[in-house]
Design a protein around this ligand. Sequence first.
Ligand code: HEM
Length: 150
Amino acid sequence: MTFVLLKLIHVLAVVLWVGGMAFAHFFLRPAVQPLEPPQRLALMQRVLQRFLAAAGWAVLAVLASGVALLGLARASAAMPLAWSAMAVLGVLMAAIYAHVRFVLFPRLVRAVEASDWPAAGTAMAPLRAWVGTNLGLGALTIAVAILGRG
Ligand code: HEM
């Protein structure tokens, strides 16, 4: 029962994190492209501010519930290779999230606050690339988790 509840928390947090990245990457960004840089970049900054705060809790929930699931399972059975792969990919995704939130996003905030739109555009490019990368890793991790059940 504890295992199932932990897995529910784990998967709900994955949905928020990976689903949010998919929304930002595939729907929000293309939709704001026609806007002028001041409107577009300020809007992206405000949306990312909210998303990154919520995603931070989701990342903590995914990692904590994942480690707890491993702890519970280790007591009863051998650990499948897919779970080790999920843990490695999960830690890598969390590191990319931390880089986005604590290094790349503050550059965008500073540029938007200074109304320096060329700098804000420059700050947005690596943000987009890393969120895209993490989205791909998220999809891969979900595939590993599901297909690994064999
Ligand atoms: C430290 C990181 C992580 C650890 C230790 C971990 C561990 C686990 C464990 C032990 C399970 C239970 C597997 C089962 O009952 O078959 C699980 C399920 C799952 N995990 Fe993770 N996980 C981590 C990160 C992630 C990430 C980053 C994702 C996706 C982006 C993810 C997606 C899933 C999914 C979709 C399931 C449900 C699989 C199923 O029941 O078919 N996990 N995880």
